[in-house]
Write a protein that binds this ligand. Structure first.
Ligand code: SF4
Ligand code: SF4
Length: 184
């Protein structure tokens, strides 16, 4: 995709803009400095994901948050491409934490039953079922014993279930829509 094609915007309708959104988001840990972004583009230039993607642009995420394009942001699968490497955070001249902003948006997406990658839901379900994000098969336990390693700590499944219940995570995981692969 050429640069010119990349930045052809879809028409933004006035009713999509939510001026309060950036203020709401700036109260969340990690997104406090959203108003300081002056669109220099350093984050996009240095982001390893942007280098290999035609559509993932951290600068764009910051601008969309400033404009209050909440629905577009939360329904954008590309939001889940960020690898949380924090390069953008280290390089931003304004101290804006794009990695934190992405985390805040992802949390909101799940909280509002929008979207999340299937693999994340599977990891959370594993945690709920077995206490570990990855299912640990019996052969793994045996191998540890053979190697003289101590048994893995026994997770407290009751407590985990309680945490899922209190935080509303069980409901969120039931209701959120999942996708397998980010569409380009
Ligand atoms: S580097 Fe910082 S100021 Fe520049 S566009 Fe990215 S978030 Fe905004
Ligand atoms: S944290 Fe995410 S947005 Fe920032 S540079 Fe890394 S991949 Fe890109």
């Amino acid at each position: 995709m050429s640069e010119a094609q990349e930045y052809v915007p879809s028409v933004i309708k006035a009713e999509e803009l939510n001026p309060k959104f950036k203020y709401e988001m700036s109260k969340k840990h990690g997104a406090e400095k959203i108003m300081l972004c002056f669109q220099c583009g350093t984050c996009t230039a240095d982001c390893p994901i942007s280098r290999f993607s035609d559509f993932y642009r951290p600068r764009k995420i910051a601008r969309m948050m400033q404009l209050g394009l909440k629905d577009r942001l939360l329904s954008d699968e590309a939001l889940w491409l960020c690898s949380s490497c924090f390069t953008c955070v280290d390089h931003c001249p304004q101290g804006v934490e794009i990695a934190g902003i992405v985390r805040v948006l992802r949390n909101l997406s799940v909280k509002e039953n929008r979207i999340m990658p299937l693999v994340y839901r599977e990891l959370a379900s594993n945690l709920l079922k077995g206490g570990y994000v990855y299912e640990i098969v019996e052969s793994r336990h045996k191998k540890r014993a053979e190697l003289g390693l101590p048994p893995l700590p026994k997770p407290n499944l009751e407590e985990i279930a309680k945490i899922f219940e209190i935080t509303g995570s069980s409901k969120m995981l039931e209701n959120v829509k999942t996708f397998e692969k980010v569409k380009s």
